[in-house]
Design a protein around this ligand. Structure first.
Ligand SMILES: Nc1ncnc2c1ncn2[C@@H]1O[C@H](COP(=O)(O)OP(=O)(O)OP(=O)(O)O)[C@@H](O)[C@H]1O
Ligand SMILES: [Mg+2]
Length: 275
């Protein structure tokens, strides 16, 4: 459960201004989708929230405190690919975060603590739909299964903020719809505030409570270095979605619009329409 306040943040790499004057307040348990053209700094923005990159200017507060300058267990992350370790099994991947925090140097858990962690990891593996695959290695899993594993790996640390960088971008549409359902459930059932970068507007409007667009207001070739991207649109989803309130009447389905009485929701009320 966490509120984020991003205030007047700039990010420059050498002479290149990537982000300029970005300000955004994210309510606790919101699900914010970040969209924008390729190269406009969305991943850079997420990396700053993770603590992998520092803002050149401006402040980022998490629950009123300055963001720690390094990644920590309060912020989980899932990337489009490669966020799981190929040489560890499914269970090993999920356990890893626990092991690393238990013993910084040995990365091992012992006795009752280890048994409890394994039990917790098994439950989470089941929750993301990977029961039976505990002893498999990532190369033996499909892309969708690997992303489920990456989610479990992030979730075992019970992050207050979950950062997702196009986590479902490489998946086939059918698998993506399934994982959307899982993502919605996880968001409803946990206390997380979620920020997700996506190229897919439909995905943004399917999952988020709010869609925030980054854009470079000045984008001529000679201006690219000197002007960064900033937030140009900020759209709240209507009707509002709230974590913990799984609503049958909110437009959060993935499938095509089929109006079948009051139990069916109507994605056409979202600005993404039914593309
Ligand atoms: N470590 C770095 N050093 C120098 N420049 C960088 C670094 N990381 C990112 N950039 C530059 O910052 C800009 C924004 O990159 P970023 O990856 O954040 O964009 P993005 O919006 O995530 O793009 P995409 O949608 O393609 O993933 C790019 O011009 C990139 O070259
Ligand atoms: Mg990116």
């Amino acid at each position: 459960m966490s509120e984020l306040i991003i205030d007047g943040v700039w990010k420059e790499y050498g002479d290149q201004i990537v982000l300029e004057n970005v300000s955004l307040t994210v309510a606790s348990r919101a699900f914010v989708a970040l969209v924008g053209p390729s190269g406009c700094g969305k991943s850079t923005f997420l990396r700053m929230l993770l603590g992998q990159e520092r803002a050149t200017k401006g402040t980022i507060l998490i629950d009123g405190e300055p963001l720690p300058s390094e990644p920590g267990p309060d912020r989980g992350v899932v990337f489009q690919r490669y966020s799981v370790f190929p040489h560890l099994t499914v269970l090993g991947n999920v356990l890893l975060g626990k092991e690393l925090t238990a013993s910084k140097y040995k990365a091992k858990l012992f006795g009752a603590a280890r048994r409890a962690a394994i039990e917790e990891a098994r439950q989470l593996v089941a929750e993301v739909g990977l029961s039976g695959a505990e002893e498999k290695y990532p190369a033996q899993l499909s892309g969708g299964m690997q992303q489920r594993l990456a989610l479990a790996q992030a979730l075992i640390m019970k992050p207050k903020v979950l950062l997702l960088d196009e986590p479902f971008g490489a998946l086939d549409p059918g698998i993506r719809a399934e994982i959307h359902t899982l993502m919605k459930r996880l968001w409803h059932e946990t206390q997380m505030t979620v920020l997700m970068v996506t190229h897919d507007m439909r995905e943004a409007f399917t999952l988020a409570t709010r869609v925030v667009a980054f854009e470079r207001p000045r984008d001529r070739p000679e201006e690219k270095q000197r002007y960064g991207a900033t937030i140009t649109r900020d759209i709240s989803i209507w009707p509002p979605r709230r974590a913990g309130e799984l609503s049958l009447s909110s437009p959060d389905r993935d499938g095509p619009v089929v109006l079948q009485g009051p139990r069916r929701d109507d994605p056409s009320s979202s600005p993404s329409g039914d593309r």
